[in-house]
Design a protein around this ligand. Structure first.
Ligand code: THU
Length: 127
């Protein structure tokens, strides 16, 4: 499952729009219904408008399946082969739809996996 998700993330990474950072990121999420959705980072000349790969994938899943999606796992890759765990904003968005999600990413010493609540202790919830 991990390898399949990482492969999907690597493929999506090729579609990244990253002319400013030149740092391409790909993400793939697996939903409880067994479907995979992918995303890439989409940058903007107004830098703050950039959307990370993880959120692109999650928003695509919601757009396709609706608001009840549950994320089981997330994989993230980058084209520099450097450590790249989801940023803080993406951790909160993963948590919203996947409070029990596993996250696969590149760590300092190779591939890593971590539960979302280890990456984001005390995640914010309204319901
Ligand atoms: N980026 C992601 O897509 N996901 C992450 O988890 C970290 C950062 C993107 C945003 C920006 O386009 C580029 O990486 C450099 O920060």
């Amino acid at each position: 499952m991990r390898e399949g998700l990482l492969r999907s993330a690597r493929k999506a990474m090729k579609n990244a729009y990253a002319p400013y950072s030149k740092f391409r990121v790909g993400a793939a999420i697996l939903t409880a219904s067994g479907e995979t959705f992918v995303g890439c980072n989409v940058e903007n000349a107004s830098y703050g408008m950039t959307n990370c790969a993880e959120r692109t994938a999650i928003f695509a899943a919601v757009a396709q399946l609706g608001p009840k999606i549950e994320i089981r796992a997330v994989a993230v890759t980058n084209d520099h082969g450097v450590p790249c765990s989801p940023c803080g904003a993406c951790r909160q968005v993963i948590y919203e739809f996947g409070p029990d999600a596993m996250v696969f990413f590149q760590g300092k010493n190779g591939p890593k996996q971590a539960h979302i609540t280890d990456l984001l202790p005390e995640g914010f919830r309204l319901q």
